[in-house]
Design a protein around this ligand. Sequence first.
Ligand code: ST9
Ligand code: ZN
Ligand code: ZN
Length: 332
Amino acid sequence: TRNGGAGMEKALSNQEDLGGDRGMMDDIFDESYCEKEGPKPARRYVWRNIILMSLLHLGALYGLWLIPAAKPVTLVWGSLCFLLSALGITAGAHRIWSHRSYKASLPLRIFLAIANSMAFQNDIYEWARDHRVHHKFSETDADPHNATRGFFFSHVGWLLVRKHPDVIEKGRKLDLSDLKADKVVMFQRRFYKLSVVVMCFLFPTLVPWCFWGESLRNSFFLPAILRYVLVLNATWLVNSAAHMFGNRPYDRNINPRENRLVTFGALGEGFHNYHHTFPYDYSTSEFGWHYNFTTAFIDLMCLLGLASDRKKVSKETILARKTRTGDGSHNG
Ligand code: ST9
Ligand code: ZN
Ligand code: ZN
């Protein structure tokens, strides 16, 4: 089978080693699910999304064109906004809220929720719910961005059509009690639209305009629009490219791969064969800070006493797993 029977068993026992203290199992691949027989439901386009996504990307192209006309400090600001919003996804929605791979104090969770609104990728609750079904039912009808439906679908196409009914059916059965109990997550969900207007668009635009007299046009199209589109595409590449191109040193039976280019753009999130094999590892990789800004950030937060309980898979377990199910690419 896809994950390898023994592989799955081992993954589960690793999970138990790490302790019930993570409090969730719903990101572990579920082999028992079978896609329904018969014809697939018809594709239903969501024209509003298609039009808005197209306009957004046209806006980003215009932003690229404006780069030479911008003040250097505006570009520095845009990069800072990129990092902040990316951390709201990687250190926040992904590593805390989807996988519970470490614990974050209230101030850090508030900071990451604000950064998450800056990234405007659906609220944390919805993001983590979709991400858990992605892991649990990876590459099936119940995976929101099922990569077996092709590069475009897993990249952005899935946001432009109605979901497969199995995504919703299986998603409704997930245990999301930890998210519902997190006041920061629920607060962000309640005020999501407002927080996006302020953090994704107003704040990045107003700072350069007010503080160093950048033109309103450059302020809007660079740190807001272009930066937003870059973070979106860097994230989406994890679902598309890192499910198609790269080695599989940990589990050759699954699609997700180690993709260095994606890792670089996504602050450490491209070690995707490792991540689907050991989804509870806070570093999403075997190699610590190597190409992994997010891990460095989380370690710094621990040093400052703002985070704790980082879950890490032992070197022995990783080596045993590589030997049993890997493609051998790390041996040569
Ligand atoms: C965006 C998200 O970009 C990107 C996520 C990427 C994930 C990446 C993961 C990779 C690993 C991590 C790496 C990070 C790297 C970061 C690098 C940074 C540099 N379970 O949704 P509806 C219910 S967003 C349970 O309307 P439709 C739902 O609650 C971009 N239930 O489905 C609702 O129920 P009710 C901006 C579920 O109609 C009902 O179903 N945002 C689930 O099929 C209908 O829900 C957009 O573009 C579930 N899983 O529409 C908007 N799902 O009625 C995108 C749904 O009771 N979204 N339900 O409330 C949409 O417009 C729509 O969702 C749709 C589907 C058109 C896509
Ligand atoms: Zn994946
Ligand atoms: Zn994940």
